[in-house]
Ligand binder design. Structure first.
Ligand SMILES: *[C@@H]1O[C@H](CO)[C@@H](O)[C@H](O)[C@H]1NC(C)=O
Ligand SMILES: *[C@@H]1O[C@H](CO)[C@@H](O)[C@H](O)[C@H]1NC(C)=O
Ligand SMILES: *[C@@H]1O[C@H](CO)[C@@H](O)[C@H](O)[C@H]1NC(C)=O
Ligand SMILES: *[C@@H]1O[C@H](CO)[C@@H](O)[C@H](O)[C@H]1NC(C)=O
Ligand SMILES: *[C@@H]1O[C@H](CO)[C@@H](O)[C@H](O)[C@H]1NC(C)=O
Ligand SMILES: *[C@@H]1O[C@H](CO)[C@@H](O)[C@H](O)[C@H]1NC(C)=O
Ligand SMILES: *[C@@H]1O[C@H](CO)[C@@H](O)[C@H](O)[C@H]1NC(C)=O
Ligand SMILES: *[C@@H]1O[C@H](CO)[C@@H](O)[C@H](O)[C@H]1NC(C)=O
Ligand SMILES: *[C@@H]1O[C@H](CO)[C@@H](O)[C@H](O)[C@H]1NC(C)=O
Length: 285
């Protein structure tokens, strides 16, 4: 299908191109959403936060819905699978954030023993993540393992009597398989168990220096999560000179360009005009 352009259309398009190319800033206004999303923001202890995060003064359309930060207190928080997490760090360049579970911050015995496993389509553990397991309300240990388990024991201050709570690191090479088997059977009889992610470095450290004081430290270091907020689309949008965002009307990713929002990327400057010139030249040489 050939495009048929009249000479007067060519003259018109050349004039428009001239106006757009030579007098752009005085004519077109910067779109308000582009203007509102351009500066990275600050949230509690964190600075230079960008898409997909939003919260505090940062409107939702500058971020992605599941990435709302609570900036009220001294530490930024995010809710993931209904668990409140402290945000210790955000790395925009590799798309990761470091979080610690609020419930287990400075407290191995929260009143609500929530499992720390996060199964979210918006976040994923990085390869640096390992698990530790906490066992609560266990029966008194049988004699053959009570000494072995001693370094893994912790007390809950809320409990008046000495109870049997343990953390454990599976894949532990300090025990032979017979003892591991007995330990595993013993833990079956505990009241509750929860899985908590920790960094690999903290995991290896705990393996070497098991002690309840060191567990609290490991939990405070948090663990890393990779985020998924249309990151591929976002990279393309940024490469085209846009800012990533979210269209709250269509519930989809959007790319804010200086003139207006686009669904994917900013139109490259002048390409469409060059195309018309090309057609004019080839059709009316
Ligand atoms: C991303 O950066 C964080 C620190 O900012 C680091 O801990 C993490 O290992 C990095 N992840 C990757 C995949 O490079
Ligand atoms: C963010 O991650 C990148 C890639 O892993 C790393 O080079 C950089 O140092 C990290 N930035 C911070 C502030 O940790
Ligand atoms: C994790 O999430 C996926 C999809 O949301 C779901 O199919 C799966 O059952 C979940 N797994 C657990 C253990 O909750
Ligand atoms: C998270 O990682 C797992 C295993 O590496 C992978 O199967 C899953 O697709 C990832 N989730 C997302 C949202 O990419
Ligand atoms: C940690 O535990 C969760 C839930 O049981 C599991 O999905 C994940 O694969 C475990 N991670 C590691 C490194 O073992
Ligand atoms: C737990 O409490 C008991 C009794 O107060 C004490 O003897 C024990 O050392 C405590 N254990 C740890 C790991 O703090
Ligand atoms: C941990 O608790 C789950 C139920 O939440 C149970 O199915 C599992 O057997 C327990 N693990 C151990 C080692 O006792
Ligand atoms: C914790 O780790 C240190 C190593 O930094 C180790 O010397 C110590 O015995 C461990 N236990 C306690 C209770 O601090
Ligand atoms: C953007 O991400 C959401 C959630 O992960 C996904 O459902 C959607 O398909 C993505 N959109 C595009 C255009 O990739």
């Amino acid at each position: 299908m050939a495009l048929h352009l009249s000479p007067s259309f060519c003259l018109f398009s050349i004039t428009i191109t001239f106006i757009l190319v030579y007098v752009p800033t005085s004519v077109s206004a910067i779109h308000a959403k582009y203007e509102n999303c351009i500066a990275p923001f600050r949230c509690a202890n964190l600075e230079n936060i960008e898409y997909p995060f939003w919260g505090a003064s940062r409107p939702e359309y500058c971020g992605y819905p599941s990435y709302r930060l609570d900036c009220e207190g001294e530490v930024a928080e995010i809710s993931i699978m209904e668990r409140s997490c402290r945000v210790l760090d955000i790395n925009n360049s590799n798309g990761t954030l470091t979080v610690a579970l609020e419930d287990y911050w400075d407290d191995l015995c929260p009143s609500n023993l929530v499992d720390g496993t996060l199964n979210s389509s918006f976040f994923n553990y990085t390869s640096d993540t390992e698990n530790i397991t906490l066992y609560y309300h266990c029966p008194p240990p049988v004699k053959d393992i009570s000494a072995a388990l001693l370094p893994f024991k912790f007390n809950c201050s809320s409990e008046e009597t000495d109870t049997n709570n343990y953390y454990f690191i599976w894949g532990n090479d300090r025990f032979n398989s017979n003892i591991l088997y007995t330990i595993s059977n013993y833990f079956e009889n505990c009241g509750t168990n929860v899985t908590i992610p920790v960094r690999q470095s903290a995991f290896l450290f705990l393996k070497r220096y098991p002690a309840s004081a060191n567990v609290s430290k490991a939990l405070k270091e948090g663990f890393d999560l990779q985020w998924y907020a249309n990151s591929t689309l976002c990279d393309k949008c940024k490469d085209s000179g846009g800012l990533c965002g979210f269209d709250t009307d269509t519930d989809e990713f959007t790319c804010y360009c200086p003139d207006m929002p686009y669904s994917m990327t900013c139109p490259s400057k002048g390409t469409s005009h060059l195309f018309i010139h090309y057609l004019c030249i080839t059709e009316f040489p």
